[in-house]
Design a protein around this ligand. Structure first.
Ligand code: HEM
Length: 333
């Protein structure tokens, strides 16, 4: 008997068998979606009841943001009106391990919810690296699947990691950055980047793409390399509490303005450093608050005020979906 393609049934079944074997070994095993990305995070870090599936270790904080005229020239968002707006914050350690050592290399996170006067909100979650891990949701799923420990040995398979890295060269910039960058001594003394481009529109209707960065007013502080081995493994929340009890921890919000041809769809490519940068406002962190103050928030980066829109970066929609999946799981188990 022949199938529509002229194959014998035996050959067609054999082809199907090959296909499913291929799917089993392919990286990623299937196209990424909101659910399998969260499964991928759980595969690497395990499932920790009540914890975020990424940025699991962290601390809530509160403060204000005051935008300025330079910000208003780029966007009509009410965040840049010049009046302080309340901000709910969460600082975190990258990855889904709620017990991750804080003296280890890796990215730290700064997430924020701006509560704007007209009932609008602006949500964001930024990292202490200019690049994200992967350029596409499929690439990020491959990154995670390659790191899932073998159930028998409980160890990662270096061959799988190497195969994923060969297929996705976009993993490289962040890995190299993390390897060469020190371990932050404080959540309040390290730069944080949006990594994505967003589309900004000002009151005159002019649109342009920009990326943002939060730059600590007091400069960056890293733990000296020779002190890392004996450094406390858990210190970041208490350190921040101590800092803000003296004086607010402040960050400048810096907008880097893109030029024609700068990629707007790839968070693993930083724009050239000579692009114009404007200080658009100041974030003041005034207190460290209890977990309940930010646990109900998933910092979906597509909740944006009038005057700021997402770009064509495919990670943005994937983030919006998987943050909701992670929140549903952590609030239920
Ligand atoms: C497809 C790509 C990504 C996926 C699947 C992903 C997934 C997640 C998930 C599931 C959470 C936990 C959400 C919650 O339970 O509330 C999370 C948190 C976080 N993500 Fe992502 N993420 C992605 C890309 C990014 C990028 C590009 C950045 C930054 C540039 C980022 C920064 C963060 C930070 C800082 C947190 C912690 C936020 C908090 O404190 O609640 N992620 N991510």
């Amino acid at each position: 008997m022949k199938t529509a393609l002229g194959l014998s049934v035996v050959a067609a079944l054999a082809a199907l068998g090959t296909q499913s074997a291929f799917a089993q070994n392919a990286i990623p095993s299937e196209p990424a979606n909101a659910v399998n990305l969260v499964d991928g995070l759980e595969g690497v870090f395990g499932t920790h009841a009540g914890s975020r599936r990424s940025g699991a270790r962290g601390v809530c904080a509160a403060g204000t943001f005051t935008g300025n005229k330079a910000g208003a020239a780029v966007s009509k968002a009410s965040a840049f009106s010049g009046k302080p707006v309340p901000v709910t914050l969460r600082f975190s350690v990258g990855g889904g391990n709620p017990n991750a050592p804080e003296s280890g290399k890796g990215v730290r996170g700064l997430a924020a919810q701006f509560d704007l006067p007209n009932g609008e909100q602006w949500l964001m979650a930024n990292i202490s690296a200019p690049f994200f891990t992967a350029a596409t949701p499929d690439g990020f799923l491959a990154f995670l699947e390659a790191r899932k420990p073998d159930p028998a040995t409980k160890k990662m398979d270096p061959a799988k990691i190497a195969a994923a890295a060969a297929k996705y060269p976009d993993f490289k910039p962040q890995m190299e950055w993390v390897a060469k960058t020190g371990v932050p001594a404080s959540y309040g003394a390290v730069n944080y980047w949006s990594t994505h481009a967003f589309k900004f529109t000002n009151a005159a209707g002019k649109t342009q793409f920009a990326k943002w960065m939060f730059v600590p007013a007091g400069g960056q502080e890293f733990i000296p390399e020779e002190k890392l081995a004996n450094h406390a493994k858990v210190f970041l929340a208490d350190e921040l509490k101590g800092r803000v009890s003296q004086i607010p921890v402040e960050f400048d919000m810096v907008l880097q303005l893109g030029q024609a041809g700068d990629p707007t769809d790839n968070a693993t490519v930083a724009w050239p450093d000579d692009r114009k940068k404007v200080v658009a406002g100041r974030l003041k962190v005034t207190s460290v608050t209890d977990t309940a103050s930010c646990d109900g928030i998933n910092f979906n980066p597509l909740i944006l005020p009038t005057g700021i829109e997402g770009s064509d970066d495919p990670l943005l929609a994937a983030r919006a979906g998987s943050y909701a999946v992670s929140q549903a799981r952590r609030l239920s188990k």
